[in-house]
Design a protein around this ligand. Structure first.
Ligand code: 173
Length: 501
């Protein structure tokens, strides 16, 4: 029998389990990450937890598969692990995990899902607690995340009648690209925390239904995997977090353009990631459920949740001065994602950009920031001072809190070209994979058809500001009807945990 000398035994790997010599196994390959420890965006501590052992399970949801192979110098790729030395560990199923698996089996069938809130409720029940904490969390007191929904409930319709609505058509164009819905899939990070296929669920469903997907910089799947999963002609945009190293950003953007991406959405509302307390508290609790004691009051970087741990590459020095550079490196239309005022909207316009997304990052950044739809009214009024409206050269999008076609129609009536939906599509694949996303599109279609008929609008162009009464939009005192999602699915924020309780 020929002995393959390049195979490395798990025993050998286990001998390199310290900061001075740290080897890990990922996808059956052995890597020497010793020199990389101080550079790891998530800090060295998390890697050291897997020093000398297989880290694949922890690695997968938060890194694209090629992250380690592209970032680690080739001489640190030590070889394949010898499969004969791998001891299969049968993992003990915890009581909590058992309940989760039972709930997964007992999920409502897709036929019983009637609205987008249902996906959220199912996702909450079946997601691992860490994933739910990361996805559902918002910043500080979570006021903005609630306001995002409440704002739509303060806008009322003024429907028109007797308009022959036998044929209604809700397809539209977004940045010049055909879209079967006036809704695009907005970027949400780390899709594999919630489903093994991650963002590919969205790509496959979007390809079947002619919906546009915005690919997140921090997807769990590799960028090329997501593009490869698209069908010919399928339109994809790219959401961009700008790297401190602009060469990395330049290469990424130009690669995306070469691969056929049709629009660049630069996130501008996250120079630092918001404090999402649900996510943070999750990290303070170890496997036994006991709160960890803060051992060192100073110096030690606190463990701050999944998102913050992997966001240190984002450049907080990004400014308007960088905009001409972006325009010089790509001919894709550039949209700023996360604008919140007419002042910045006008600057984006004057810089010759293709549009803006009025967004507060799903309530995950500045808490008590206003909703996108509230800002929309002021922004449209300001843009009208620059010329005729709507302006085909400058599109305004809105995201945050959209769960109903009625929300979509309100935003469009007030001047949005289309709206972005992030969490709702993500929850639909967490709960049901690709089928869930397809069902979510169908729900939007059914609701759009009905609501457009009832509103007296046969096409997206028929939606006008006179069709809504937004007089109460700036009133932030809650006179809205009880919101079931708010009351039952959103969790109250947890309080500080006492030792040994
Ligand atoms: O909202 C987020 O969680 C987000 O945008 C993000 C940013 C950096 C890392 C991971 C997620």
């Amino acid at each position: 029998m020929k002995i393959d000398m390049s195979l490395i035994s798990t025993q050998t790997v286990a001998e390199h389990a310290t900061a001075s010599s740290c080897w890990i196994i990922v996808h059956g390959k052995v890597y020497d990450v010793t020199d990389f420890l101080p550079e790891h965006p998530g800090g060295s501590k998390i890697i050291l937890k897997y020093a000398g052992v297989d880290a694949t399970e922890a690695y997968d949801p938060i890194h694209p598969p090629d992250a380690i192979t592209t970032h680690l110098p080739k001489d640190k790729h030590l070889g394949a692990v010898d499969p004969n030395t791998v001891v299969k560990v049968v993992k003990e199923v915890t009581a909590e995990e058992k309940i989760r698996q039972e709930l997964m089996m007992a999920r409502p069938s897709l036929d019983e899902i009637v609205n987008l809130h249902d996906f959220e409720a199912v996702a909450k029940a079946i997601l691992p607690p860490k994933a739910w904490a990361y996805y559902s969390s918002a910043s500080d007191d979570e006021i903005t995340i609630r306001e995002n929904r409440a704002a739509y409930q303060r806008i009322w319709f003024r429907p028109r009648v007797l308009r022959d609505v036998s044929v209604v058509n809700w397809s539209t164009t977004i940045l010049g690209q055909r879209s079967s819905l006036p809704v695009y899939i907005s970027a949400t990070a780390l899709g594999k925390l919630g489903h093994p296929d991650g963002e590919l669920n969205l790509t496959r469903a979007a390809g079947k239904h002619g919906v546009i997907q915005m690919i997140p910089t921090l997807a769990s799947c590799a960028f090329d995997e997501i593009v490869d999963a698209a069908v010919p002609g399928q339109v994809q945009f790219l959401q961009l977090y700008v790297n401190r190293d602009r060469e990395i950003t330049r290469k990424y953007v130009q690669h995306a353009e070469k691969r056929g991406v049709k629009g660049l959405f630069i996130t501008v509302d996250a120079p630092q990631l918001g404090r999402r307390e649900k996510d943070m508290r999750m990290k303070f609790v170890d496997e036994s459920g006991v709160a960890k004691v803060q051992e060192n009051q100073s110096g030690v970087k606190k463990d701050e949740g999944v998102a913050r741990a992997i966001s240190s590459f984002i450049d907080p020095s990004l400014s308007w001065k960088d905009i001409p550079w972006f325009k010089s490196i790509t001919s894709m239309p550039i949209v700023l994602k996360g604008v919140a005022t007419p002042e910045d909207a006008l600057m984006a316009y004057d810089y010759g950009l293709a549009g803006i997304v009025l967004s507060n990052h799903g309530g995950r950044q500045l808490d008590t920031a206003r909703s996108g739809v509230e800002n929309l009214m002021e922004v449209v009024a300001a843009l009208k001072t620059r010329g005729p409206w709507p302006n085909p050269k400058f599109e305004v999008f809105v995201d945050g809190g959209i769960r109903r076609a009625s929300d979509v129609l309100k935003a469009i009536a007030l001047g949005a070209s289309a709206v972005g939906v992030g969490r709702a599509f993500m929850y639909s694949f967490c709960a049901y994979g690709q089928d869930g996303v397809e069902k979510a599109f169908e729900i939007f279609r059914d609701e759009l058809e009905m609501n457009m008929r009832l509103l007296g609008a046969c096409t997206i162009d028929d939606l006008t500001p006179e069709m809504v009464d937004a007089n109460a939009i700036h009133s932030h005192v809650g006179l809205t009807p009880p919101d079931n999602l708010y009351n039952t699915t959103y969790q109250p924020l947890a309080l500080a945990k006492f030792k040994n309780k």
